[in-house]
Design a protein around this ligand. Sequence first.
Ligand code: IMP
Ligand code: MG
Length: 183
Amino acid sequence: MSDKKYVTKILFSEKEIEKKIKELALWVDETYGESQNLILISILKGSIPFLAQLIKSVKTNHEIDFMAISTYRGGQKSSGNIKIVMDLANDISGKDVLIVEDIVDSGLSLNKVKENLKRRNPNSIKILTLLDKKEGRKNDFEVDKYGFIAPNEFLIGFGLDVKEKLRNLPYIGIFNKDFFDKI
Ligand code: IMP
Ligand code: MG
């Protein structure tokens, strides 16, 4: 059986994701074309495929850096308490920071990340997320740009995981919970 058994429905195909990311790269260039100090910050690990594909189409000169956070979760839900597991290698003071995320759900973790990065005196700070699960929001956190609106379901693929697996699926789909104990 193919890897499609893990999803009850494919929401965004590989082709649709590819097309959307090209549009998002144009947004980056329009937003930061004049910047000499752009740094894209990827929150590990879910945003890796997104970042990798995005930067191939971004023309504006930029650096990339990574940050890993762990969220204390009750089940699959975010609690909003984060711990920085791996910090940035670069100083971001005076830089134009663009946080690149896979998905924003409650908004609690990214809100904490944004507050933390603001204290390091960047010139500006914005958020780009491939998916925005707006219905999941528990605060008034807003992203600056999103690729797709996502339904309030548990999604997998293109970086999104269940129990650290299935990030490798080239499409994004709704997780088939029958497989929760089998992966
Ligand atoms: P929140 O916005 O603080 O609730 O947490 C967002 C993070 O939770 C994302 O960066 C993902 O790592 C994870 N997450 C949220 N929704 C999903 C999903 O549907 N599938 C996989 N991971 C998710
Ligand atoms: Mg994430």
